[in-house]
Ligand binder design. Structure first.
Ligand SMILES: C[S@@+](CC[C@H](N)C(=O)[O-])C[C@H]1O[C@@H](n2cnc3c(N)ncnc32)[C@H](O)[C@@H]1O
Length: 276
């Protein structure tokens, strides 16, 4: 399964949803509502939208007509997102979707964001390099827009019950997270901290909240997919393949027995522009 397949994004969605900071989302929504008059449409850009996790989590909680520009370089995810529009929770306001297949590594961000009221993203910033993050913060700050970045991976991962090979596997996963993923050498676990610096240094007020995945024993398919991905990454980063296979078999047995819990560290971040 590819790292960004619809099947994987759907499997992680319920775990994501529990993890997201409702407080930061509410503050972001309040900021939008204060800026966009009643009767007007809120224009939001979602970066690396995938098949619409942030839209699904938030649209029904924004009491205004909305236009979401959903940006991804994977057309099949955007198609899936449009197919899912019918299943979005209803909230009595108009919801317009504008999917845009764009490679964010090459486009002009200021042009893309111009005319919008706010920017969101989820599970995306850990894929980008420091230089791109700086361009993103600069474009958002030039337009004085609010920014909500949910579910940025922060390098912490813990399996229960523990296994002697866990630490070596997680260390390899974290090194894998810092390889090139299409937007320069990825920040991986450093992304949330660097985002905080990038926006604070531009006068933004920045707040963060823990948004760890807390996966319980019932999330069997999710856990199996997650750990299979870790196994691939660990082999690529030098952990002995036979040892990785044996580790995966032990962990899969725990999952099948309903005894496996996994916590994966994420950070949500809200950056609000200085009042002018
Ligand atoms: C981990 S997924 C997150 C998707 C969604 N935001 C979510 O929370 O489920 C990362 C997304 O970033 C997109 N992406 C990666 N590189 C990109 C690029 N250079 N330009 C646009 N989108 C990109 C992927 O296609 C994928 O949908």
């Amino acid at each position: 399964m590819s790292a960004f397949s619809s099947i994987w994004l759907d499997l992680r969605y319920p775990v994501d949803l529990k993890a997201r900071s409702k407080e930061l989302e509410d503050q972001y929504i309040d900021h939008l509502l204060a800026k966009v008059p009643i009767g007007s449409t809120v224009h939001i850009v979602d970066l690396g939208a995938g098949n619409g996790a942030t839209l699904k989590a938030m649209a029904h909680r924004i009491p205004r007509d909305q236009l979401w520009t959903l940006i991804d370089n994977d057309a099949s995810l955007l198609d899936d997102l449009i197919d899912k529009k019918r299943s979005l929770p209803r909230h009595g306001y108009a919801l317009h979707l504008s999917p845009l297949q764009v490679d964010l590594s090459t486009c002009r961000l200021t042009t893309l964001f111009s005319g919008h009221d706010g920017i969101t993203t989820s599970a995306f910033l850990d894929l980008v390099c420091l230089a791109w993050l700086g361009k993103l913060a600069q474009a958002i700050a030039e337009l004085k827009l609010p920014f909500l970045a949910s579910l940025t991976y922060n390098g912490f991962a813990e399996c229960s019950p523990q296994d002697p090979l866990d630490a070596e596997i997680i260390d390899a996963v974290n090194r894998h997270q810092q390889q090139e993923k299409g937007l320069g050498l990825a920040l991986g676990p450093a992304a949330a901290h660097e985002t905080q610096k990038a926006f604070s240094s531009r006068g933004y007020s920045v707040e963060t909240a823990e948004s760890d995945w807390i996966s319980e024993a019932g999330d069997q398919l999710f856990q199996k997919e997650l750990l299979s991905g870790w196994a691939v990454a660990a082999k690529e980063y030098g952990v002995d393949a036979a040892e990785v296979n044996a580790w995966l078999a032990r962990r899969q047995k725990l999952i099948d027995e309903g005894r496996s819990k996994i916590r994966v560290g994420h950070t949500d971040l809200l950056a609000l522009p200085p009042e002018s």
